[in-house]
Every structure is written in C-alpha cells, then in structure tokens.
Design a binder for this molecule. Sequence first.
Ligand code: ADP
Ligand code: MG
Length: 308
Amino acid sequence: MINVSNVSKSFGDIQALQQVSFEIKEGEIYGLLGPNGAGKSTTINILNTLLKPDEGEVYINGLNVQTQKEGCKMLIGVVPQEIALYSELSAFENVMFWGGLYNLPKAALKEKALKALELVGLSDRKNDRIKTYSGGMKRRINIASSILHDPKVILMDEPTVGVDPQSRNHVFEVIENLNKEGKTIIYTTHYMEEAERLCDRIAIIDLGQIIAQGDLKELKEISKVKDILTLQLANLDSFNMETVKNKFPDLQQNGNNSLLIECNDLNKEVSGLIKLIQEHKGEIESIETHKANLESVFLKLTGKQLRD
Ligand code: ADP
Ligand code: MG
C-alpha cells in the first residue's frame, strides 16, 4: 500500500532524513517511533505531498506522491501534529469546514460528517463549541475531520501529545476501530508504550535514519535484547548453583547474593527455574523480572533513552 524507498531530505545543513526506506501493507498500523527531531514529521509531510524529498521515491497505492499528487491526496487522511480547529465553532461545524475542502455535495458531506462524529464517539457533543472540549476530544475531532473523503490511508503525527492519559484510551479506540474498518495507518510517536500497544510493525527512527524495523519480536531479535530475571537467595553461599546451571547454562551470579538470567521468553523459563532452585533447597528472598520492551530495544540500538 505504501512504498518508501531511499528517501533523503535536508533543510540547509540539517539532514532530516537519510536513505529512509519502508513498506507498509494494506490494513497495517505501522509505527514510526523516535525522539524529538528524529524525522517523523518530515516523513509524514513527504507522504502527505507537502514536502518534496531531495532523493528517493514514495508510492501510495501505486501512485507516485510527486507526480500524482492529487490522486494521492484523495487516498490519504492526515491528522496533523498541531491541532487546527476553530474554538468558537461547534464540533460539527469544524468537521464540515474541513470536509468542505474535498468538494463533496453538501448533503453527502453532512452525512459523512455525522458518521465521522459517531465513529469518534462524539455524536452527543457535536453541537458544543470546541472551546469546551478536552485535548483528547479535540484530537478525535481532528481524526473525524481527516476521514470524510473515506481515505484508504491515515497519517497520524503524534496524535496523543497534549492528551491526558485517560483520554488517550479513547483516541486509541478510535484508531483501532478505523483499522478494523480496513484503514492502513501510519502512527508516529515518541512513546514506546503506544507503539507497542497499537502497531503491527514499528520502524525505530533516530537522527533521520531508520535503525531497525519489524514487529516487537523481530526488533528484540535484531537488537538482541533479552528478558532479565534476578533472584535473591538467602543461602547463596551454601547453594549448589552448578547443578542448576546444568539445565540453565545462562544462569550467572550477580553480585554477592543474587542470581541473574537473561532469556528470550521469561514466561516460558521462569517457573522451571524457580522450581529447580527450590528442589535444590535454594531459599528465594526476592524475585525481580524485567521484560524486554521497545525501550530496551531503543536503548540497545542507540545507546540512549527514548525520552530525555
Ligand atoms: P520529529 O517530527 O521526529 O520530531 P522532524 O521531522 O520535525 O522531527 O525534524 C527532523 C529534523 O529536521 C530536526 O532536526 C528539525 O529541526 C529539522 N527540520 C524539520 N523541519 C524543518 C524546517 N522546515 N526547516 C529547518 N529544519 C527543519
Ligand atoms: Mg514531529
């Protein structure tokens, strides 16, 4: 559905994107995960036909974004990073205003606006002015405004920035519903929890380059991050670790009184290990687990935290 190949873009001396390539299949939610300044919005704006790449090519459903701009615009809906709504107008009026840009007949537009408001769960508030809306509700109106022309692809640039945690869930539900209706979605974020929860596949982007892409399992494999289990034993001195190591060769002593094991799947290994330790009269005082997640993948690949 979307094919980006070797796209580069500079602004003066700043190289915002370097040889970025990815492919997105129809019906996927594809995440672009990276810190501020990574190049997420630049990527979205190139897909959105607003920015021209210096190099490389982008196709959306077989159409070239540079030479077939108008066709591409009809295929995509854009939820911008900045909220662009009229606060004195009602939600319905705002959605109608943005829908007016697509030259739909008035009656059809009205019907689509009502349907979009229903889809984002705000039908009952449609006549209230936007200034009475929370950040999350405004985002849902942004989303409603972007889908009136029934686009196949929706580009969302950090749609939960400025949205409180409770309302985020409403935004996620809207995105999941759109995806169930068959929409292909690109979702940019610097929150790894969001990417993990929503996205089928994720590209990790940093300093204008995609450093890894895949689903969570693939990203863990690429970056070789593992789940970590640490156990404190009351009697580590007298405990016969070697016999346990026969079955769990990766088990290590970690400092004076704890054991550590790195494994690919904590859930599979943890109960067997604990049972074996107990069979060998190990007295467990505490257990700590740390499941590998996107944060650890990012840290491993870039050497820095996702959020600074
Ligand atoms: P993100 O959305 O991931 O935070 P951006 O794509 O907005 O990152 O920016 C990538 C880099 O390009 C940053 O260094 C940013 O300062 C720079 N940049 C983006 N847009 C412009 C612009 N219009 N003019 C100059 N520099 C820009
Ligand atoms: Mg951005």
